[in-house]
Design a protein around this ligand. Structure first.
Ligand SMILES: *Cc1c(COP(=O)(O)O)cnc(C)c1O
Length: 454
C-alpha cells in the first residue's frame, strides 16, 4: 500500500524561521514614507508595531529563533501533515506524484495562526494590551482573535462588509475567541465615516479595512496594528510550513519539481516556497508557481511600482505589483485573495523571474476543488482551489511532455465555512468576472503620481 500521510513528531516543529532575504542576490526596493517619499526607518513603524517585529521586518539574518512560548502553542496543531494526493493522482490518471501540505488542521482552519501567534506574543512582551486588524474572508480576524485570547490581549477586527454579511460563522468564531468585530467601512473611524458618507452601501475592501485598523492603532496608546500577510515578518513566520514540508518530502524520498501556492498577499505561498528558493538560487531547476484569481490579477496584470497598502494612503508606500490602492475587487468567493497589492518579496521574485504567476477564473477553480474533495475527502477553502487548478495544469503539461513530475502545493485552509460558495458552484449560479482593461489602466494611472521604482 502506498503511503498517504507523512507525519513528524512534535519535537520536529522548527526551532527557527527562515529569512529568504539572506539568500537573495538583490533585495526589493525599500518601503517609503507616505508623506516624505523617503525610505522609512524603525521610528516610523514603532507607533503601530512592536520593536521585535520591526527588527524581523528589516533583518538580513538567515535564521531567526522561534521563542519557546510560540513553539509551545504551535504544538497545538504543528507539525501539520504532508499528504500524498493518491486519490487526486488516480482521478487525474497521472503518473506524476502530487503532495500537499495541509494547514487546515490549525484551530482557525488555515495557515494564519502561524503568524498571529508570534505577533500577539511579541506585542504582549512589549506591553501592548490591544491589537487592531482588518479581515477579508474572516480567516485572519479569527486567527488573530484566537492568538490574542491566549495572551490576554483585546482584539478589534474590522471585517470587510461583503464577507461580514456572507460569512456570519466567521464572525461567531471571532467572538467565541473573545474578539470584538465591526463591519468595514464602519462609523468607528474617520476613514470609515468618509467612505460611508460617499458610498453608504459600500461592500468594503481590504484596503478600506486596513485604513480603519491602522487609524485605530495610530490614534490609541494602548493599541498596535497587526497584518496577516504582505509584510516580510509575516512571510517569515509562515516558513515553518516549507521547512516541515522539506523534512516530510525527504521521508517520502521525493524532491519537488514544481512548488505551487495561491496568492492573496503572498504569505502562504511564501511560507511553503521560500525554504525551497535557496535550492533554486543555488542552481536547482525547481519551478515555483503563484496562482491568483483572474478577477483580482495582481501579479499577472497589475503594475509593478510603488503603491499604498491601504485605500486612504496611510501606510508606507510598498514596491509591489498593484491594481491601484483605489481598486475594489469584484465580490468573488475567495475573499482572502481580494487584495489590490502583493508582498514586496513575492513581487520582487516575480519581477526577477524566480517565480511564475498564473491567473484562473473562480469556476475553473471550483471545478478542481470539487474534484479534489471527492478524491481526497478534504473540502478546500476557495483560495487554495487556485493552487489546485495550477496543479492540474502542471499535470497536463507533464503528460504532454511525456515526463513524470513531483508537484508540491499548499492546501492552506479548509472550506468548511465556505459552503455557500460551493452551493453557488454546484447550483450553476457562480459567475466569472473578466476584468476590463480600463480598470487596469485606471490603476496604473492612479500610481503615476507616486514615486517611481529605481
Ligand atoms: C488569508 C488566506 C489566503 C490569502 O493570503 P496569503 O497571504 O496570500 O496566504 C489564502 N488562503 C487562505 C485559506 C487564507 O486564509
Amino acid at each position: 500500500m502506498a503511503q498517504r500521510r507523512y507525519l513528524l513528531s512534535e519535537d520536529a516543529i522548527p526551532t527557527r524561521w527562515y529569512n529568504v532575504a539572506a539568500d537573495l542576490s538583490s533585495m526589493p526596493p525599500p518601503p517609503l514614507h507616505p508623506g516624505t517619499g523617503q525610505p522609512i526607518g524603525p521610528d516610523d513603524l514603532s507607533p503601530i508595531f512592536p520593536m521585535a517585529l520591526i527588527e524581523q521586518e528589516v533583518s538580513g539574518e538567515r535564521w531567526i529563533p522561534i521563542p519557546d512560548p510560540v513553539r509551545e502553542i504551535y504544538s497545538m496543531w504543528r507539525p501539520t501533515p504532508l499528504h500524498r494526493a493518491l486519490g487526486l493522482e488516480r482521478a487525474l490518471g497521472t503518473t506524476c506524484r502530487i503532495f500537499y501540505k495541509y494547514e487546515g488542521v490549525s484551530p482557525a482552519g488555515s495557515h494564519k495562526p502561524n503568524t498571529s501567534v508570534p505577533q500577539a506574543y511579541y506585542n504582549r512582551e512589549e506591553g501592548v494590551t490591544r491589537l487592531a486588524t482588518e479581515t477579508g474572508a474572516g480567516q485572519w480576524g479569527s486567527a488573530l482573535a484566537f492568538a490574542c485570547g491566549l495572551f490576554g490581549i483585546t482584539c478589534k477586527v474590522f471585517m470587510v462588509r461583503a464577507s461580514f454579511d456572507s460569512k456570519p460563522y466567521r464572525q461567531s468564531m471571532i467572538r467565541t475567541w473573545g474578539g470584538e468585530i465591526v463591519a468595514s467601512p464602519s462609523p468607528d473611524t474617520a476613514a470609515g465615516r468618509a467612505i460611508l458618507e460617499a458610498t453608504p452601501d459600500s461592500t468594503g475592501s481590504l484596503g478600506i479595512a486596513i485604513s480603519e485598523a491602522v487609524e485605530d492603532a495610530a490614534t490609541r496608546d494602548d493599541t498596535n496594528y497587526a497584518l496577516g500577510s504582505v509584510l516580510n515578518h509575516v512571510l517569515l513566520h509562515q516558513t515553518v510550513v516549507g521547512q516541515e514540508a522539506r523534512a516530510q518530502l525527504a521521508m517520502a524520498g521525493a524532491e519537488p519539481d514544481v512548488v505551487i501556492g495561491c496568492v492573496g498577499g503572498g504569505s502562504n505561498f511564501a511560507g511553503l516556497a521560500f525554504p525551497f528558493l535557496a535550492d533554486k538560487a543555488a542552481g536547482s531547476d525547481i519551478r515555483i508557481v503563484a496562482a491568483e484569481p483572474a478577477a483580482c490579477p495582481t501579479l499577472t496584470r497589475g503594475h509593478y511600482g510603488y503603491d499604498f497598502g491601504d485605500t486612504a494612503g496611510m501606510t508606507p508606500l510598498l514596491a509591489m505589483h498593484s491594481l491601484g490602492h483605489g481598486f475594489v475587487p469584484p465580490a468573488i468567493h475567495s475573499g482572502g485573495l481580494r487584495y489590490h497589492g502583493m508582498a514586496p518579496l513575492v513581487s520582487h521574485l516575480v519581477h526577477t523571474g524566480l517565480v511564475e504567476a498564473r491567473a484562473y477564473t473562480q469556476s475553473e477553480c471550483f471545478a478542481e476543488a470539487v474534484r479534489f474533495a471527492r478524491a481526497e475527502g478534504i473540502v478546500p477553502a476557495p483560495e487554495p482551489s487556485h493552487a489546485i487548478r495550477a496543479v492540474v495544469e502542471e499535470v497536463a503539461r507533464a503528460e504532454e511532455e511525456g515526463v513524470e513530475r513531483t508537484i508540491l502545493f499548499n492546501l492552506c485552509g479548509h472550506g468548511n465555512f465556505d459552503m455557500a460558495a460551493y452551493d453557488a458552484y454546484l447550483s450553476g449560479t457562480m459567475t466569472d468576472i473578466e476584468l476590463p482593461q480600463e480598470e487596469l489602466d485606471r490603476a496604473a494611472a492612479e500610481m503615476e503620481g507616486l514615486p517611481a521604482l529605481g
